[in-house]
Structure formats: structure tokens, C-alpha cells
Design a protein around this ligand. Structure first.
Ligand SMILES: [Zn+2]
Ligand SMILES: [Zn+2]
Length: 451
């Protein structure tokens, strides 16, 4: 990072869940766009800090291992290495890479939660959860399915993909066990709870000032009138970081872990001597101005409600969410990517076989930002044939009049700002400039290709 004035913005490259390798649809969403935005910001001399990692603790991981009949830790190791290969080949860089299986990381998360309990910003109390009447699993996240209470779509116990709303075993309509089909039965458990309602004022300050797309605004707007849920951050289940201290016997909720990772990860990276909740909060406040999330719309509740509340409960006394860039779905030859149906183009394999620059550029060209877009091999081949000579400089003079090139380059670079980031626009402007023989040393070309 450069030592220019001001604190850095943390760009969050979301940690992929280790229940499969990355496919090209993932790359087209948050991953390449976050890297492009970070490179462009650095090219303008702005301070950014990129955080990446992997996500081991959603019970989607355990479910996948059970479905495949493989040992879960071996499966996690295999997917982790495939994802790291994909990141490297796609030139997705980061300032810190969080591995949640490292003992230091697990200890830090446990320490922060225990200190938040001591400070009274979390409370231990009895809460009604649900478990499966047949298999006994605690029904949360991947273990429960039902219908979204807001839009009626099929959803799991994490969020509703079509509307982005929050879901849980308690809020889903007609919930059942996703593992065995059993009925939910209530159980009273002593759990650690974050009362989101306690942070309403700060959340409203966050929502007022953050640069949020309209679809994210519609998810948070419902909470202007509806009560914010009491959110359990540790509870009895069979997957997740094992709690210590006051949390012994419980597992830590993975979105709560993610929220804390955005505090601990950057703070620890820039100030390794800082320790404990107070130390990490001070280091974070000293070095960072806020967070910018890249994510799918289905995670809107988590990055726009839960994570800011986690920061507030941890003691960061100012709004931290600068904004979010979201994406819609990317289809493969007209159908949803599906690892269970093996309808996928794996990122590590595709990038190993193709020119990474052309892959980055094509996924920017067709980025599913405003609407669902579709990958076809035919379009990728046609795009590659069109763009290769422009990148090589051998097509100059065939296109845009040279007098218009500077304007196109200006628009390309303006389209790579975090606020209203538009890689598809930036690329079209850049290609026009290249066709006039300009732009081969531009920030836009370097950011889009990852050179
Ligand atoms: Zn069950
Ligand atoms: Zn919904």
C-alpha cells in the first residue's frame, strides 16, 4: 500500500464457501470486479486494502461432504487449493488472505465474542431454536428449507436468493429438515445473542450514507418499520468454530464470524502487535475508513445489516459501510450453473486452458450487473478473436477517430470508480480507444486485464 494521505477502504472480496470449486459464474460476479476496482483505485492513487479468503464454516460444507460420502477436511483442503489456483490464474490479488482453519483466527474470533459478552454488547440467554424431529440436527442455514416469508420462493435458512431477504427456521413458511425431510420441533437453548435492535440508530446512519444499489435498499428498507431480529451468534450445532470460555459447547455462527473477520483481518494485517477486541478496534479505526462489499444480492441482509451491527457491537463507534457492488446471476449456455447437475465451467480448469486476460475481459464485457447474463462458448470465441488484435496493437486505425480516443479513455477510467462501478462500460470505452491506437498504457487496461 502506498503511504498517501488518508485511511484505506477495505475492499471485501467475498470468501467463497468451500462446498465446491469456483465456477466461471462466480468469477463474473464479485471476484473479478472487486480486483478490477482495487487495481483502478490504486492506479488513481487511492488507498485500498483488499481482503480475501475462504469460508469453511457454513454447514453447506458439511452437507456437501455427507452427500459425496467424503471426509470433510480432505474435501475442504481440495476445494481450497482449487480456489487458490483459480485466484492466481485470474490474477485476483489481495492484501490479506484469511484462512478460518488457522488456530490464530479461531482464537481471535472466540476472544472477540467473549469480550463482547463481558462488555454486555452480546448476551447469553435462552432462545427457542428448532431441531429436526427425526435426525436431531439443529435446523439452520443449509439444514433447513421452506418458503421465503416475503416473496414465497423456495429458500434455505440463510437468505432468499430472489429477494435477498433474511430467512431462518423461525421465519421460513412450511420449514422442514433439508437433510432428512423431518419436521422442525422447538428447542430451548442458551445461546449468545446480538440484539440488532440495540444498533438501530447506527444502522440507519449506515444506510443513509452508504452507496447502496436499489435492490439492497429495498432489503434494508423493510427494517425501517419492521423490528430487527435478535440474532444468535453462537448456538448448539455440529459445524462451525467451536466456542471457548462462555461459549463452550456452542458453535459460532458463520455470518457472525465473517462480520468479525472484516474487523480482525485488516487490523491484524496492518498492526500485528494489536491484540484483543479493543486493540483490533483501535487498529482498524486508525488505518481504515470503511468497507466496500462485493457480493450477490442474496447476501444483502448480511453485509448491509448484520456486519455493520457486528462492528457497532464490537465498539467501532462510527458508520463503517461505504457501499456495496452487487451482481445478478450469470448463466451457462442458458441454464443456471449447477455443480450437482455438473452444469458448470470450473474457473481453475477454464483459466488453465485459456488466456486469463481474455477471460477477465469477456467476463467484464458480459458482467451480470444490471441483469442476468449468459456465457456461451461461441460468444467467448468471437470476443477473443475481436479483442486479441486490439490488445496486440495491430488493429489500430481501423476504428474510432483518434480525436475521440481521449474522451473514451476518460470515460473508461471514470467507470472504474467504486461508486457506480461499471467494468462493462469501461471495457467498451477502452476497446474503442485501442481501435484508435490509444490506451495501451492506461489505468483502465491495467485494471481490466490485471497486468
Ligand atoms: Zn432431519
Ligand atoms: Zn424472498
Amino acid at each position: 500500500m502506498t503511504e498517501s494521505a488518508g485511511r484505506a477502504t477495505v475492499i471485501v472480496i467475498p470468501q467463497p464457501t468451500l462446498n465446491g470449486p469456483l465456477h466461471v459464474g462466480h468469477l463474473s460476479g464479485p471476484f473479478i470486479a472487486a480486483d478490477i476496482a482495487a487495481r483502478a483505485a490504486r492506479g488513481r492513487g487511492e488507498r485500498v486494502f483488499t481482503l480475501a479468503g475462504v469460508d469453511v464454516h457454513p454447514n453447506f460444507v458439511m452437507s456437501k461432504a455427507e452427500n459425496r460420502g467424503v471426509e470433510v477436511h480432505q474435501m475442504v483442503a481440495d476445494y481450497r487449493s482449487q480456489i487458490k489456483v483459480a485466484f492466481d490464474l485470474a490474477r485476483i490479488g489481495c492484501d490479506t488472505f484469511l484462512d478460518p482453519e488457522q488456530p490464530d483466527f479461531e482464537q481471535a474470533i472466540n476472544l472477540m465474542l467473549n469480550q463482547m459478552l463481558d462488555a454486555g454488547s452480546l448476551e447469553m440467554r435462552e432462545m427457542v431454536l428448532h431441531r429436526c424431529a427425526d435426525c436431531g440436527r439443529t435446523l439452520h442455514h443449509a439444514y433447513v428449507v421452506g418458503k421465503c416469508p416475503s416473496c414465497g420462493s423456495g429458500a434455505n435458512g440463510l437468505s432468499c436468493e430472489p429477494c435477498g431477504g433474511f430467512t431462518s427456521a423461525a421465519t421460513l413458511v412450511q420449514p422442514s429438515c433439508a437433510r432428512c425431510g423431518g419436521d422442525p420441533t422447538p428447542m430451548v437453548a442458551t445461546v449468545a445473542v446480538l440484539r440488532l435492535e440495540n444498533h438501530r440508530d447506527q444502522l440507519i446512519a449506515e444506510w443513509t450514507r452508504a452507496e447502496l444499489p436499489p435492490r439492497v435498499r429495498s432489503v434494508v428498507a423493510q427494517y425501517l418499520t419492521a423490528p430487527l431480529p435478535d440474532y444468535p451468534v453462537a448456538y448448539p450445532t455440529d459445524w462451525g468454530i467451536e466456542g471457548t470460555g462462555a461459549l463452550s459447547g456452542l458453535r459460532i455462527d458463520f455470518p457472525a464470524e465473517l462480520g468479525l473477520s472484516y474487523l480482525y483481518g485488516p487490523a491484524h494485517a496492518l498492526d500485528p502487535a494489536a491484540a484483543g477486541l479493543t486493540g483490533w478496534v483501535e487498529a482498524w479505526q486508525q488505518h481504515f475508513s470503511g468497507l466496500w462489499h462485493f457480493n450477490g444480492i442474496d447476501n444483502a441482509f448480511y453485509f448491509a445489516v448484520l456486519y455493520p451491527a457486528v462492528f457497532a457491537a464490537a465498539g467501532v463507534g462510527r458508520p463503517t459501510m461505504r457501499g456495496a457492488t452487487v451482481n445478478e446471476l450469470f448463466l451457462l449456455e442458458g441454464l443456471k450453473f449447477s455443480s450437482s447437475r455438473n452444469h458448470a465451467l470450473w474457473a481453475n480448469e477454464f483459466l488453465a486452458a485459456e488466456d486469463a486476460e481474455l477471460v477477465r475481459l469477456f467476463l467484464s464485457w458480459h458482467r451480470p450487473d444490471r441483469y442476468e447474463t449468459n456465457f456461451t462458448d461461441e460468444a467467448f470465441r468471437a470476443f477473443s478473436d475481436y479483442v486479441r488484435p486490439l490488445l496486440a496493437g495491430s488493429a489500430a486505425g481501423a476504428g474510432l477517430p483518434v480525436q475521440l480516443a481521449a474522451g473514451e479513455l476518460e470515460r473508461a477510467e471514470q467507470s472504474l470508480r467504486l461508486v457506480s462501478l461499471d467494468p462493462a462500460m469501461a471495457l467498451r470505452c477502452l476497446l474503442a480507444a485501442l481501435s484508435a491506437g490509444q490506451g495501451r498504457d492506461s489505468v483502465a487496461l491495467a485494471a481490466l486485464t490485471g497486468r
